[in-house]
Every structure is written in structure tokens, then in C-alpha cells.
Design a protein around this ligand. Structure first.
Ligand code: SF4
Length: 121
């Protein structure tokens, strides 16, 4: 099977072609112009991942929410379930940039961390 994908690891957006055997083995990766593209294509065709950026509600803060992101990429198939968890999470002010707001979300080993400060109201 041949899969054509667009690399999103940088703004160049190279078109990459991946040849995949019936057993799922990657036979070849072509079209990438750097090693990051090769790694992206292999991950995308075997266990796709996505980074997640959103907000978490804050109690007693200067703002009602604080921006956050996944510390590393999450399995793509768990993104919507992770959003459900994050949508029910609450932090208490003060929140500092880098604070863990949701630890080991859905047992992925990935933390959801604040990407900005939120001082007390
Ligand atoms: S293959 Fe390399 S240069 Fe091309 S989009 Fe991916 S990261 Fe960027």
C-alpha cells in the first residue's frame, strides 16, 4: 500500500510517500527532505500522535481559564477523550507557567501543563 502524507513537522510541508507492506511494515519513505520528516512519516503511519493545546478553568484567578498544552504529543485516537478530561479539570490560582494541571492524562504518561501564569484575583 502507498500512503501520501504532508509532513507537518515544519512549515515546508513536504509531500511524503510511504510504502507499507500488508503486515504494516514500513518499506520505504521518500519525499522528505530531512530526518524529522522520516520520523514523522513513520509515526504517522504506525501510531499517529498530535500535540494538544487548549485551556483549563481556574478558580479564584485573574482570568477564568489558563492556556495549557500536552507536554509531549498524545496518541491521536485519545485526543477527544483527553479533551473531555481537560474540560472537567479545574486549577486553583495562582497557576505558574509549567505547572502540571492534569497528571498522566488517561494513563498516557503525558502531563497537561500550563503555558502561562494566572495570578490570584
Ligand atoms: S520533511 Fe523536514 S523539511 Fe520537509 S516538512 Fe518535514 S520537517 Fe520540514
Amino acid at each position: 500500500m502507498t500512503k501520501n502524507i504532508t509532513c507537518v513537522a515544519c512549515p515546508m510541508g513536504c509531500g511524503i510517500t510511504v510504502e507499507i507492506a500488508d503486515n504494516g511494515e514500513i518499506l520505504s519513505v521518500t519525499g522528505n527532505t530531512c530526518k524529522r520528516g522520516d520520523a514523522y512519516a513513520r509515526t504517522e503511519c504506525t501510531h499517529p500522535e498530535r500535540s494538544l493545546a487548549t485551556t483549563v478553568r481556574v478558580d479564584n484567578g485573574m482570568t477564568n481559564v489558563v492556556p495549557c498544552k500536552s507536554a509531549t504529543a498524545l496518541p491521536k485516537e485519545k485526543i477527544f477523550d483527553c479533551m473531555k478530561v481537560i474540560n472537567t479539570a479545574r486549577a486553583s490560582a495562582p497557576v505558574k507557567i509549567g505547572d502540571v494541571l492534569v497528571e498522566n492524562i488517561l494513563d498516557t504518561g503525558v502531563n497537561i501543563v500550563a503555558t502561562n501564569d494566572c495570578p490570584v484575583k
